[in-house]
Design a protein around this ligand. Structure first.
Ligand code: NAD
Length: 480
C-alpha cells in the first residue's frame, strides 16, 4: 500500500493546501495511508479547470458516440485493475474483499451503461407551421460537482460521473474524508480513457471546508450529493444561493411488509442481503421488517439464525462470497449504531441477537436483530446505517401501510406475499421511490432510483438520471 496519496487537479497529482489526513483501516484500527487534504483554493483550481474544459467545447462538440466510448473505456480500465482496486477499497472502507469486487464491477457497469446512452440524448422538433423550424437540444450544464459518501465510494462516484461525462459535463469530485483513496482510481481511469486534463478532478477535503466551498462555488452549475439529510439540506441551501439544481440522495428507513402468506424461507436471503450487506451501510437497506403478527415468531427466529450465521471480521480475510460481514467504516459510525441499539432497548425493544461491539481492534458490530420495535421509537424513525434489523408487526394491510409510511423518509420499500393483487395494492400505497416485490433490491442499474420525502429528490440510475445532467435549449428559426 502506497503511504501518501494525492489529489488530482487539472490533470496533475498534487498536495493539498489544508495539509494531510490519516486514512484509517477500519478492519484493524491502524493508519492505512495518508491523503493530501484540499482547501478552498484547491477547490477553486479544480472547478476552474473543469470550467475551462467546458468552455473549450471539446466535450460538447465531440460526437456523443465517441464520448460514450471514452466513458465505457473508464469502466474497462477499472475492471483491468480489479484486484488492486478491490483491495484498497476493502482496506479503507471495511467491507469483505468479495463485496469490494462486486462494487468495482458495479462501478464498471455504470460506465458501460451510461457510455452506451451518450448518443441517445436526443432532442425533438416542434411544429410551428410553415414559417418556422424549431428544435430542442439537451445541453450539459458545464461543471458537475459531486460530493461522495463513504459507503460505496467507488460505485457512487461512477454513477454520477458516468452520466455527467456521457452528457458532456466536466466534473469536480470531492471524495469522503473517510474513504479518499479509492477515488484516485476514477481520475486514473479518466486519464487512461483519454479525457483532456481538467475534465475529471478529484480531491479529498473536509465537508465543512472543501465540501462547502465546492457546492457554493459560482463556477459549479449542477450538484450531486449522496449522504445524510443534515448535509443534504446544507448543500441544497448553498445550491439555492447560486440557483443551481441538485440531485439529493439522502438515505432512508426503508420497510419490507411481510404478509401472512409470504415465503419466509426465501425471505432469509432478503434479510441477509437487505440489512447485512456492507454491514448495513446502504441507503436503501431493509432496516425495518413489518411482519403479520401470525408469522412474527417464525420470522424473528429466522432473522436471528441469519444474523448468527455470519462470521464477522476483517474484510481482507473474507475473500469468498458467503456468510460473512466486514467492519463498519469507522469506530465513530459503529459506536453511533451501537448507541442506537442501546437506546432502542431502553425504549422497550428486545435485542434478539447481537447489538454489541466485537472485542477486537477495528470497527465491528455484531449483526443485530431487534424485536418489538414500534413506530414511536427512535430506532424506527432514524437511519442507523449499520447491521441492525428492526422487526415490527401488523394486524391488517392498512396498519402495515401506515407503519411503513410513518417515517420522514421514502427511499425504497418491499412487499412479500404470494398474492400479486395484494402486492400491487400495497406497492401503490407505499410512500417510496422504488418498491421491491418478493426480492429486496429487485431492479438494477437500468431502473430509476431516488427518494420521496426527506430521502431527497432527483433520480439516479436508469435513463431518467441522464436528464439531471442536461438542460433544454429551444431553437426557433424564422424561415425566409
Ligand atoms: P455526511 O452526509 O456528513 O457526509 C457525506 C459527504 O458530504 C462527505 O463527503 C462529506 O465530506 C460531505 N460534506 C459534509 N458536510 C458538507 C457540507 N457542508 N458541504 C458539502 N459537503 C459536505 O455523512 P456522514 O457524517 O459521513 O454520515 C452520517 C450519516 O449520514 C450516516 O450515519 C448515515 O445515516 C448517513 N449517510 C447516508 C449515506 C447514503 O448513502 N444515503 C451515505 C453516507 C452517510
Amino acid at each position: 500500500m502506497r503511504e501518501f496519496w494525492q489529489n488530482y487537479i487539472d490533470g496533475a497529482w498534487c498536495d493539498g493546501g489544508a495539509g494531510r489526513i490519516d486514512v484509517i483501516d477500519p478492519g484493524n484500527g491502524t493508519v492505512l495511508a495518508v491523503h493530501a487534504l484540499a482547501d478552498t483554493a484547491d477547490v477553486d483550481r479544480a472547478v476552474r479547470a473543469a470550467e475551462r474544459v467546458h468552455a473549450s467545447r471539446v466535450l460538447v462538440d465531440m460526437r456523443p458516440m465517441e464520448r460514450g466510448r471514452m466513458v465505457q473505456e473508464m469502466g474497462r480500465w477499472l475492471l483491468a485493475h480489479l484486484d488492486e482496486i478491490a483491495e484498497v477499497l476493502t482496506r479503507e472502507q471495511g467491507k469483505p474483499l468479495w463485496e469490494a469486487e462486486i462494487e468495482v464491477k458495479g462501478a464498471a457497469l455504470y460506465f458501460e451503461y451510461y457510455g452506451n446512452q451518450a448518443s441517445t440524448v436526443e432532442g425533438k422538433s416542434i411544429p410551428l407551421g410553415a414559417g418556422y423550424f424549431d428544435w430542442t437540444v439537451n445541453e450539459p450544464f458545464g461543471v458537475s460537482a459531486q460530493i461522495i459518501p463513504w459507503n460505496y465510494p467507488l460505485e457512487m462516484t461512477a454513477r454520477g460521473v458516468a452520466a455527467a461525462l456521457a452528457t458532456g459535463n466536466a466534473c469536480a469530485i470531492k471524495s469522503s474524508e473517510l474513504t479518499p483513496l479509492i477515488n484516485g482510481y476514477i481520475a486514473k481511469a479518466a486519464e487512461a480513457a483519454g479525457f483532456p486534463a481538467g475534465t475529471v478532478n478529484v480531491l479529498c477535503g473536509l465537508g465543512q471546508d472543501a465540501g462547502a466551498a465546492m457546492v457554493s462555488h459560482p463556477g459549479v452549475r449542477q450538484i450531486v450529493f449522496t449522504g445524510s439529510v443534515r448535509t443534504g439540506i446544507a448543500i441544497a441551501t448553498a445550491a439555492a444561493q447560486n440557483v443551481v439544481p441538485c440531485v439529493l440522495e439522502l438515505g432512508g428507513k426503508s420497510a419490507a411488509i411481510v404478509h401472512d402468506d409470504a415465503d419466509l424461507e426465501a425471505f432469509e436471503n432478503d434479510i441477509r442481503w437487505g440489512i447485512y450487506f456492507n454491514a448495513g451501510q446502504v441507503c436503501s437497506a431493509m432496516s425495518r421488517v413489518i411482519v403479520h403478527e401470525s408469522r412474527r415468531d417464525e420470522l424473528v427466529e429466522r432473522a436471528k439464525n441469519v444474523a448468527q450465521s455470519l462470521s464477522v471480521g476483517p474484510g481482507i480475510e473474507r475473500t469468498e462470497a458467503g456468510a460473512n460481514m466486514g467492519a463498519m467504516v469507522s469506530e465513530a459510525q459503529r459506536d453511533r449504531a451501537a448507541g442506537m441499539v442501546q437506546e432502542a432497548e431502553a425504549q422497550g425493544a428486545r435485542v434478539v441477537s447481537g447489538g454489541r461491539k466485537l472485542n477486537r481492534p477495528g470497527a465491528f458490530l455484531e449483526p443485530t436483530v431487534l424485536d418489538g420495535v414500534t413506530s414511536d421509537m427512535t430506532i424506527a424513525q432514524e437511519e442507523v446505517f449499520g447491521p441492525v434489523l428492526s422487526v415490527m408487526s401488523f394486524r391488517d394491510d392498512a396498519e402495515a401501510i401506515e407503519i411503513a409510511n410513518s417515517t420522514e423518509y421514502g427511499l425504497v420499500g418491499g412487499v412479500f406475499t404470494r398474492d400479486l393483487d395484494r402486492a400491487t395494492r400495497v406497492a401503490q400505497r407505499m410512500r417510496a421511490g422504488q418498491v421491491f416485490v418478493n426480492e429486496w433490491y429487485a431492479g438494477g442499474i437500468e431502473t430509476p432510483f431516488g427518494g420521496f420525502g426527506k430521502s431527497g429528490y432527483g433520480r439516479e440510475k436508469g435513463r431518467e438520471a441522464l436528464w439531471n445532467y442536461v438542460q433544454t435549449k429551444n431553437i426557433a428559426v424564422k424561415l425566409g
